[in-house]
Design a binder for this molecule. Structure first.
Ligand SMILES: C[S@@+](CC[C@H](N)C(=O)[O-])C[C@H]1O[C@@H](n2cnc3c(N)ncnc32)[C@H](O)[C@@H]1O
Length: 264
């Protein structure tokens, strides 16, 4: 089932945001996502980081947001400003549609209700949507393979950088992965936080009819890359995934919260 590395041009051509969202963010009933094992794990850990551990501040940069908002639903309670980023113009456009309440935007209602339910207040979903829309101040281009992923912009180092399932999609090999981790880590201020979720032991995922490569990672590789980038891991958790082999061969998901060392 392995596939050749999906380069930038193939991403531009074949990554259709609606196909991605329809395939990966489906709900089997009003309350239960098809991929509940993934979303309950990721959303609960994000809640722990932002609402229980109290990681917060002025600015959070989400790296490789894609066309997704689920990963920001707790972050908007903890940061004044969220900067959304992605490599692809079509994903940034999809995000703008949601921000502007374009009738053609993907309908996130079920996911927002689900995240609010996990936070203990399902009825709060409309306020949550509005809060997130207000918090997302910019939608920028990024490329994690660049030393400054936001080039040509140079932003003030952020209190927190978040990234979900981006680096393993963007990197062709482990040296590129380690370097991308350093690039993304450079956007965090000293003592600031890096929070991310990654799939391990995955070689591909589907977006509509198209197969996209994923860099095969182990938890050790991920942890070493985070440490090499100048971070101390505060906590990490893993969970198994049980997805249809037609959509991905991912094995586990790892969630990690790390803090930038003072001199890094
Ligand atoms: C599996 S999707 C994850 C999207 C989103 N974070 C989520 O959790 O749904 C991978 C994302 O990585 C982005 N990507 C691919 N190559 C990239 C690169 N070189 N720099 C930044 N993002 C990239 C893609 O455009 C896509 O949005």
């Amino acid at each position: 089932m392995e596939c050749d590395f999906t380069g930038k041009e193939a991403y531009r051509q074949y990554f259709n945001p609606k196909d991605y969202l329809n395939m990966h963010m489906q709900f089997e009933s009003e309350n239960i996502p098809v991929h509940e094992d993934l979303f309950s794990f990721v959303l609960e850990n994000l809640q722990k980081a932002f609402l229980v551990d109290g990681i917060g501040g002025d600015t959070l940069i989400d790296i490789g947001s894609g066309p997704s908002i689920y990963q920001l639903l707790s972050a908007c309670e903890a940061f004044k400003e969220i900067i959304d980023t992605d490599f692809l113009e079509q994903n940034r456009e999809e995000m703008q549609k949601w921000l502007k309440k374009d009738p053609e935007a993907f309908d996130w209602t079920s996911m927002v209700k689900y995240a609010c339910q996990l936070e203990g207040n399902r009825e709060n979903w409309m306020e949550k949507e509005e809060k997130l829309r207000k918090a997302i101040k910019r939608v920028l281009k990024c490329d994690v393979t660049l030393a400054n992923p936001l080039d040509p912009l140079v932003l003030k180092p952020a209190d927190c950088v978040l990234s979900t399932f981006c680096l393993e999609s963007a990197c062709k090999d482990l040296p590129t992965y380690r370097s991308a981790m350093r690039n993304v880590g450079s956007l965090v201020k000293p003592r600031g936080h890096l929070i991310f979720a990654a799939v391990t032991q995955e070689t591909f995922y589907m977006v509509g009819p198209h197969r996209f490569s994923s860099l095969y990672l182990t938890p050790e590789v991920v942890r070493d890359a985070v440490k090499e980038a100048g971070f101390q891991i505060l906590w990490s958790k893993m969970s198994s995934l049980h997805w249809s082999p037609e959509i991905t061969d991912a094995h586990d998901v790892i969630f990690m919260v790390a803090q930038k060392l003072k001199g890094a």
